[in-house]
Write a protein that binds this ligand. Structure first.
Ligand SMILES: CC(=O)SCCNC(=O)CCNC(=O)[C@H](O)C(C)(C)COP(=O)(O)OP(=O)(O)OC[C@H]1O[C@@H](n2cnc3c(N)ncnc32)[C@H](O)[C@@H]1OP(=O)(O)O
Ligand SMILES: N[C@@H](CCO)C(=O)O
Length: 377
């Protein structure tokens, strides 16, 4: 069965039954997925989108892997199931860095997420919501299903695998687990292993969600209420780490929001901005997925079981570019320097110049396009 023939799944996460599928397609793995932590997931589904046409020899395939709260809608206009245009819209399309007259671009929604791929809000084989019983996942489990998807699409080898942040973790796992299937590699604002500080920030976010009385051990999906306050708190904290101190200072300073008075219950502009991003994420993301994906990111260590980070990085054979964002305080450029110096086939570390911090890899699309262009010329 080809992926496009897989029947539409029941509703999960942000995708609601009855939504027109748009260009989204599904791959379903029917047999159980053995998990790195032990146990198995009884079947898994990946939602994905594609752009361009696969060449008859399948030599023109590019894999784009999204970050924590991203999704498969990398390019294209807003529409049913996609309230916003693609998050790297200016990168993909005719005449763009990933020119769809030449390249076949594939973007899956990550396993454990909430935009159509199997996750905590999905149904178990016996028809319950997984909720808090959803198993612990690692990046390697997520990449294993992505490899199944590649098989189903007839893609033996990606011409390029690209990912930023959490997507970069999976891109790196692809290059180490499947060097023969990864022709070129672009790692953006990512790391060889989650650091103590990254785990610490994630820990606070996960605790905020679990401390919400509506969390109910993760079994809230059918209660009509969710841990929205906790998820909003997690996003507020995360969003500050995604941006830079100078950006916030220049953009918001100490200015009150509109006519609000911070000395009598009103907000500063920056508080209103965080409220906005919290509310926006709560509308589009499942708290259970946020926990599962955060813990999967914490588990990321490319050297685990491979003799350490340096030994693992030496297994990469793909032509590689590694880039960091010069103002990134969450994934500092020292982490990308470790990748660039440890991967034998990597060029010197590149720096994306941006005042926006970690989110620079999503915002500075022209600089990302130039890096892509170096690899797919
Ligand atoms: C279904 C979907 O939505 S999929 C979206 C895909 N998302 C992802 O891939 C996740 C990654 N994306 C992100 O994290 C972010 O969206 C980013 C990085 C792309 C956003 O970066 P930027 O373009 O710099 O946006 P910025 O941080 O300036 O936020 C702009 C928003 O803040 C709002 N805002 C700005 N100042 C204030 C303020 N004082 N008070 C309230 N809101 C404010 C703007 O109105 C704007 O709202 P909108 O996004 O609803 O249009
Ligand atoms: N803003 C990004 C940053 C995570 O790398 C997201 O929400 O996915």
């Amino acid at each position: 069965m080809t992926p496009s023939e897989v029947p539409l799944p029941p509703a999960t996460g942000a995708w609601r039954e009855g939504d027109p599928p748009g260009r989204r397609q599904w791959y379903a793995r029917e047999k159980p997925l053995p998990l790195e932590a032990g146990g198995e997931l009884p079947g898994a589904r990946l939602a994905f989108e594609t752009w361009g046409r696969l060449a008859s020899d399948a030599s023109n395939a590019v894999l784009v892997l999204h970050a924590l709260t991203g999704d498969s809608h990398v390019a294209g206009p807003a529409g049913p199931g996609h309230p916003t245009p693609g998050w790297w819209d200016r990168l993909i399309g005719p005449g763009r860095a990933l020119d769809t007259d030449r390249w076949f671009v594939v973007a899956p929604n990550v396993l454990g997420g909430c935009q159509g791929s199997t996750g905590p809000s999905s149904l178990t084989p016996d028809g319950r919501r997984w909720g808090g019983d959803f198993p612990f996942l690692t990046q390697r489990d997520q990449v294993a299903v992505e490899a199944d998807l590649a098989d189903a699409l007839g893609i033996d080898r990606w011409a390029l695998v690209v990912g930023g942040s959490m997507g970069g973790m999976r891109a790196l796992e692809w290059a180490v687990s499947y060097p023969e299937r990864t022709g070129a590699l672009l790692l953006l604002a990512s790391t060889a292993a989650a650091s103590a500080e990254q785990i610490a920030w994630a820990n606070i976010q996960v605790h905020a969600i679990r401390a919400d009385p509506h969390w109910r051990g993760g079994h809230y999906h059918d209660t009509g209420q969710g841990p929205h306050a906790g998820l909003g708190l997690a996003r507020r904290l995360a969003h500050v780490t995604y941006r830079s101190e100078p950006e916030l200072a220049v953009r918001f300073g100490r200015t009150p929001q509109g006519t609000e008075d911070p000395w009598s219950g009103g907000r500063y502009q920056v508080e209103s901005y965080l409220d906005h991003h919290a509310a926006k994420l709560v509308r589009r993301f499942d708290a259970g997925s946020y926990v599962v994906l955060s813990e999967a990111m914490n588990s990321h260590d490319i050297g685990r079981g491979r003799g350490g980070i340096r030994a693992a990085l030496r297994q990469v054979t793909a032509r590689t570019l590694v880039a960091g964002v010069d103002s990134d305080r969450l994934y500092p450029p020292s982490q990308q320097a470790e990748l660039a110096s440890g991967i034998p086939t990597a060029d010197d570390l590149r720096l994306i110049e941006s005042p926006y911090g970690h989110d620079g890899f999503l915002i500075e699309v022209e600089q990302v396009a130039a890096l892509v262009g170096e690899l797919v010329r």
